[in-house]
Structure formats: C-alpha cells, structure tokens
Write a new protein. Structure first.
Length: 345
C-alpha cells in the first residue's frame, strides 16, 4: 500500500493519528504500509518516521513511487484540486486493485466523472473517504432508515462547519445515502469565509467558502444544509423527518434520538443498537480499510464509490453556481457547468 500526501494539521505528521488513512491501515493485520510520497522532504521523512516506513519507501514525488513499488492499494490524501491527476496517475502507473481517495472526490464534476471512467476501465475500485459510510453508528442508522424506521424521508437538515467543498461534502453524502436519491434542484448561498488557509498553514487562498442552501432531491425530499460557521462555533448535526417518525443526531455530542409517529404525535423511543461512541470517527478509518480488503476479494460491493461521491459534489458545485447567478440550478450538471472548478484544500 502506498500513500500520496501528508495531512499536516495539529498532531498529524508528528505522532500516529488513528483518524487517518495511515491510522486505518495500521489497524489491519493484513495490510502493510510500504511507501509514501510527498513533494516536501521534511514532511515526507517525518511521516515515514512516525509510521515506520523505511527510507527506501519514501519518495519525493508520486511518480517514482507508483513506478517502483508493487502496490495493491494506493491512498490519495492530497489537496482536492490534485485528486484527479493523482488518481489517474495511480491507475496508469501502478495498476492497483483499489484507490482510497480523500473526500471530496474532485474540485469539478468533469474531473470526477473522468476518474470514475479511468478506474472502471482499469478495473480498479475507487473508494472515496466519506467517513459516515464506514462509522458503525451511521451505518446502523442507515440500516434502520432503509428498513423503514421513520417511513419515507420527507425533510432533512444538516449542520456542520465551513467550508462547503471541504466539509459539507460529508453532510450531503450522508443525505444522498439516507435517501438513496440524488439532488435535482439547488439554491445556494456563500458567505466568502474560509478557515482552511489558517488551519492548515496553507500559503495561498482557494475558492472554497462557507455557505449553505436548500436542495430538492429526485424523490421529492426537501433538504437544507448550513456550513456557514467556523469550527469553534459549529456543531455536526442532522435531522431526518419521515412519514412515520423522525431522528435527530448530534455527532459532536454523541446524541442519537428517535421519535415514533403515533396517532399524529411524535413519541420518543429508544433508537435500537446505537450508543455514543467517542472513538467512532477514528474507527471509521479502520472500518474503511477492512471494507476495501473485502471489496478487493469480492466479498463486498463498494459502499462509497466514485459514482456515489459525484452525487454530493454536483450539489456543492451547484450551490456555488446558484450563489453566483442568483438563481436555481438543475441537476445533473452537464457541459459547460460540469467544468466549473472550485479549488479547496
């Protein structure tokens, strides 16, 4: 397994962090992290030391790693605007069984579709790291909703920190997962605020912004998303309202609540098989690795595919287009709107 890029925020890069690609691989007894590539030699060596990667497996630039190592899985954990080129290079130079790509899949829909096509032609599984698809509690909630716990979802709300491309991708992916539907009509708002440059120590600005909006899904579900506030002021929460009940989730507080609709009144009841799990997010990375192994062996189907990731990306790009034009945007995005590019870290 090879890793492209090092996420340099807080403790990452100075000590092992389990809520990371490398942390997920470290939890597996059947996966060996053999190589890493980065353009920054200092970060490269620091990462290699933290994760016990020998100097022979540390590469300046990804091409040399992909051409030299015999890799079954390649992780792409680089800035979003580089995902397309790095995924395509990984397929063409290394021909791995699977690529684990950080979210969001790309910075424009056209690139994302090409990534999916390239991987499909090479029979390489493209797994996108929308972590909610791998955390135990969210998977259990999805099973409950799929089995009709709250009936048909009619309305959804999602609240998370800014920015849209970097963070609302989690919210919107979860909404598409719970409804098994895709956006149809989007109206968006941007506030022009970005925390990533300061938080990540980046040295240049990007397009990504705080914002939100509303989405009409193809199944008629009405959804609102709010990713306008800073990390310090934010929380991470969902509300799902269905024909037979409702669910409220606050990931930060570890709160999972369910109300059954009985004779026109919502009656709170226990949500089966769900308990607060402070380590749930970190476990999601280990679960993702286990899932990737199962996908490679054919034991499971890819539950976080490139096609899935395009659904949330289309909505995000449409939020930007809507704010810029002052109008509603219909999906799917086709030329030339599929080429609208939003840069993000």
């Amino acid at each position: 397994m090879g890793l492209l890029g090092v996420h340099d925020e807080g403790d990452i890069g100075t000590k092992p962090v389990q809520a990371s690609h490398a942390g997920g691989y470290a939890k597996s007894d059947s996966v060996e992290l053999v190589a890493v590539a980065d353009i920054n030699e200092e970060k490269l060596n620091r990462f290699g030391e933290v994760w016990d990667i020998p100097e022979s497996g540390r590469y300046i630039g990804h091409e040399a790693m992909l051409e030299t190592e015999d890799l079954d899985v390649v992780s792409v954990a680089t800035p979003t605007f580089l995902h397309h080129d790095h995924v395509v290079d990984a397929v063409q130079l290394a021909d791995p069984d699977a690529i684990w790509c950080e979210k969001p899949i790309a910075s424009n829909v056209s690139d994302a579709r090409n990534m999916v096509d390239v991987c499909s032609e090479a029979k390489t599984e493209l797994v996108v790291n929308h972590t909610s698809r791998f955390t135990d509690n969210m998977r259990t909630l999805h099973e409950h909703i799929r089995d009709g716990l709250i009936g048909d979802i009619r309305s959804m709300t999602g609240l998370f920190r800014r920015e849209l491309l970097r963070n609302s991708t989690h919210v919107l992916d979860t909404m598409t997962l719970m409804t098994d539907s895709r956006g149809q009509r989007v109206s968006g708002y941007l506030n022009g605020e970005n925390d990533a440059v300061d938080a990540l120590g980046a040295d240049e600005s990007v397009d990504d912004s705080g914002g939100g909006g509303h989405i009409i899904f193809e199944d008629g579900t009405f959804a609102t998303v709010d990713c306008t506030v800073s990390r310090d002021e934010s929380t991470y929460a969902y509300h799902f309202l269905g024909t037979d009940g409702r669910v409220e989730v606050n990931i930060v507080e570890g709160s999972w609540r369910y109300w059954d609709l009985v004779d026109g009144a919502h009656v709170e009841k226990e949500l089966p098989d769900l308990e607060p799990d402070p380590d749930g997010y970190a476990k999601g990375f280990a679960n993702a690795v286990e899932h990737i192994e199962s996908v490679i062996t054919g034991a499971e189907s890819n539950r976080s595919s490139g096609e899935d990731a395009i659904r949330s990306l289309e909505i995000i790009i449409a939020l930007y287009i809507s704010d810029f034009t002052g109008g509603h945007v219909s999906l799917p995005l086709n030329r030339p709107l599929e080429n609208v590019d939003v840069t993000s870290w």
